[in-house]
Design a protein around this ligand. Structure first.
Ligand SMILES: Cc1cc2nc3c(=O)[nH]c(=O)nc-3n(C[C@H](O)[C@H](O)[C@H](O)COP(=O)(O)O)c2cc1C
Length: 204
């Protein structure tokens, strides 16, 4: 390898693995379609895997070993990811139950949540003009309760989403570019920051 090639290799940004969490289990979900559109636009240095919140209903009696394989896998996937990208619809002015349920599982064991200090980017969408913004506000609160690092972005609210879908794909280039830029900033943060050194908590 010549000197230039090895210098280029040393300059290359380390890869970042992000986890995309959709707020909908619907087969033709717009939220999932948006995550897939982001996935397709990211370069080789940022990988976005998508996970579905198909988990049993939270039961505190089932904490620990009885929580089950899906819950264990879900927590492990979050723990292994550099950061999370959550894309959710709004149900009855709030977070869909499946997403809140998944975050409740992820929030335990108390004080050892995999969400703690996890960098998270939030996106919401809806067919209507409010774009799921009320769900986004609730999501913010839930993540804050878990001491996640919520990306300090302008809210990414995708309104009129049904009109931006063709053959199951999210095709609004402006929206995709806006969201991808935020995902890249999240990846950049994940690469450079050690969040545990930036966050003060009373327990430390
Ligand atoms: C139970 C339920 C409640 C809903 N409540 C709202 C709402 O409060 N605000 C809104 O903008 N859309 C609401 N919608 C419409 C959803 O935003 C729409 O169905 C969306 O496409 C679902 O997301 P998905 O495509 O990712 O499955 C609701 C839909 C359902 C099924």
């Amino acid at each position: 390898m010549n000197g230039l090639a090895s210098a280029a290799r040393e300059d290359a940004e380390p890869g970042v693995h992000l986890l995309g969490l959709t707020g909908s289990l619907r087969r033709a979900s717009y939220s999932t379609a948006i995550l897939r559109a982001l996935q397709a636009e990211l370069d080789g240095q940022v990988r976005l895997d998508i996970v579905f919140p198909r988990l049993p209903l939270y039961d505190e009696d089932a904490e620990g070993t009885a929580a089950g394989q899906e819950v264990g896998d879900f927590r492990a996937a979050i723990a292994a990811a550099g950061g999370l990208v959550i894309c959710t619809p709004e149900y009855n002015h709030g977070i869909p139950g499946v997403l809140k349920n998944a975050l409740d599982w992820a929030s335990r064991p108390s004080g050892k949540s995999v969400l703690r200090h996890k960098p998270v980017l939030i996106l919401s969408n809806a067919p209507g003009f409010t774009g799921g913004v009320r769900a986004q506000t609730q999501l913010f609160e839930t993540l804050l309760a878990n001491q996640a690092f919520i990306a300090p972005e302008r809210q990414i609210v995708i309104a009129g989403v049904a009109d931006k879908i063709r053959d199951g794909r999210f095709i609004d280039k402006t929206n995709v570019a806006f969201a991808v830029a935020a995902v890249q900033r999240l990846a950049s943060f994940c690469r450079r920051a050690n969040p545990t050194q930036l966050y003060w908590t009373a327990s430390e």
